[in-house]
Design a protein around this ligand. Structure first.
Ligand SMILES: [Zn+2]
Ligand SMILES: [Zn+2]
Length: 183
């Protein structure tokens, strides 16, 4: 057997993979399309037999790579969030809040949790939103979002709050340089 040394073998395999990437991708795609059912059974069997070891390996990897992983994930998520929120208007549809940290995507017609669960992660949902502009979504700040969720409306729009001195649509509160409200 060539390359008895595991390190040499690993490097050999890596180089082979890189050199034949295009061919391998075509092969995998074809195999996936024609043998989906068998692959699923095989994957499941492998998972059942090895999932403890896989989990342990993942934990080990996360532990040794945590700072790097955290940094990459955080910046990836921040960028994705920013892209999506800007794409859908970049400010709260209700009160005009435009600081990114206060904003989130909202399902206009509700059902947000159910819809979110059809994705494996929040990242996937945001990637899906980024693919093209989807109907039924808007940007809301967390305050307005919460109000719609618990009250079904936002008090910003109530008659009683017509003269509300806080942030109404299109109005921005003046802020001093240190971020403290001047009002
Ligand atoms: Zn708002
Ligand atoms: Zn509001």
């Amino acid at each position: 057997m060539p390359h008895k040394d595991p390190i040499v073998r690993k490097e050999y395999k890596r180089l082979y993979y890189l050199a034949n990437l295009a061919r391998i991708k075509v092969y995998r795609r074809k195999r996936y399309l024609t043998k989906t059912a068998q692959i699923k059974v095989g994957t499941r069997r492998y998972y059942l037999a090895n999932h403890e070891a896989m989990k342990a390996a993942k934990r080990r990897y996360e532990k040794t790579h945590r700072p790097a992983l955290n940094g990459t994930r955080r910046s990836y998520w921040a960028k994705l969030r920013e892209q999506v929120i800007k794409m859908y208007g970049g400010k709260c549809k209700c009160c005009g809040e435009c600081l990114l940290v206060f904003l989130a995507m909202d399902h206009i017609y509700g059902g947000g949790n159910r819809h979110r669960r059809t994705f494996s992660s929040i990242h996937q949902l945001y990637r899906w939103l980024r693919e093209k502009k989807r109907a039924g979504f808007r940007v809301l700040c967390h305050n307005c979002n919460h109000s719609y969720a618990v009250l079904g409306r936002c008090p910003h729009n109530d008659k009683a709050n017509k003269n509300h001195t806080g942030r109404m649509l299109g109005q921005r509160r003046e802020r001093s340089d240190n971020g403290v409200s001047m009002q």
